[in-house]
Write a protein that binds this ligand. Sequence first.
Ligand SMILES: Cc1ncc(COP(=O)(O)O)c(C=O)c1O
Length: 446
Amino acid sequence: MAKKVPNIVTPPPGPEALKWIQRDNEKMAPYNRPFYYPLVVAGGEGAVVRDVDGNEYIDWNSGLGVLNVGQCHPRIINAMMNKAKDFMHYSYTDFRFREPVEMADRLDQLLPMKCKYFFANSGTEANEAALKIARHSTRKQLFIGFIGSFHGRTFGTMAFSSTSLAQRRRFHPLMPGVTLVPYPYCYRCPYKLEYPGCDLWCVDFIEEWVLQKFVPPDEVAGFLFESIAGEGGYIVPPPEFLPRLKRLADKYGMLLIDDEIQVGCGRTGKFLAIEHWGVVPDIVTLGKAVGGGVPLSIAAARKDVMDLPPGAHCTTTGGNPVACAAGMAFLDILLEENLMRKATELGDYTLDRLKDMQAKYQVIGDVRGKGLAICIELVKDRKTKEPVDSKDFIGRLFRKGVLAVSGGVGVRIFPPLIISREMMDSSLDILEATVEEVNREYHGEN
Ligand SMILES: Cc1ncc(COP(=O)(O)O)c(C=O)c1O
């Protein structure tokens, strides 16, 4: 009989976890603190995470959007081992090899534009490359990004990242030439308007107040955006937003740079989340899941846009053959196991269950998402929308054996796409019990 998960054998943090947390605190720069909860991961399988004390948890994080086909998929392991036996590394900065080209062949089948590719290691690097590609090709310097988005932590990408003050404090000045405007976050509209009565003021504002007052449109290379804002809490823009943004970009000759690092690679039920709105971007960045669990990232640009000359941009380990082998195995699994369809079906099922909970419990203010990129917002009061402390909430889930992280002020649900319906149900049961608990604290009995 299959083992029951979650399986908490030692209430966390157990003795091994405590030991490693202390060692970690002594050795490591405190850059990530505060961690969400005292978890020390030892490994896992599929959608199960095992800690150093032998506890097993259901994974709703996918290692932060990386493990779309789960932890240690046997086909990815095999692909990497076979490649590593023969070919570990040679630098794509100066030499050619086959693997990035083979990976590009696969991406040609999945992306909506005819592309040329740049391979790197992290999402941030892919975005950094996208900015250089856009400036170089348009000969323009300025960019527009969105408040509440996340694009990375280098000086260029940090200029667009705006989900937390801690990421920016004492690091200024960042890359100049970036103007941020509000993301279409309808549940908490920054303009305090309501959809659809707002008639997408968030797009008109850009034209009427930004492009006509202080950002000359003929100097703007493009928009950098997430088609669904990940760190912001899977904020799904209203249906007209991206088509209208595209029209605005076309009107002034600006590029659409679509950061799909978190919501791409099949997570939302389509390879790119932007496909839900039928909009074709000019540049797409992929990271996280595209390497199947190892560092790999890609900036893909329309062929006529990717005009960087030789020597203009590169990185030593980008397109590493072992990483490409893992990436190709990931893409094969995604397609052969119909995981995008599964993400849609299981995502719809999960959203239905969450909406049922929302009807039952006052404390659930908002439920949103696409595929398996889902977020719930817990509120003390549905009118004021004052958020419940999501860190406390995910701590409770953790102790019951479900691993989740916050997103904006909400709680994100983004498990590996291979998670079984049974495991999803068990984790949603745990969520519901926890929601009930918190609901009682703020609203009494229902
Ligand atoms: C949308 C988005 N872009 C870029 C990044 C940066 O990726 P990385 O941490 O691999 O540099 C992230 C990471 O969370 C992300 O969610």
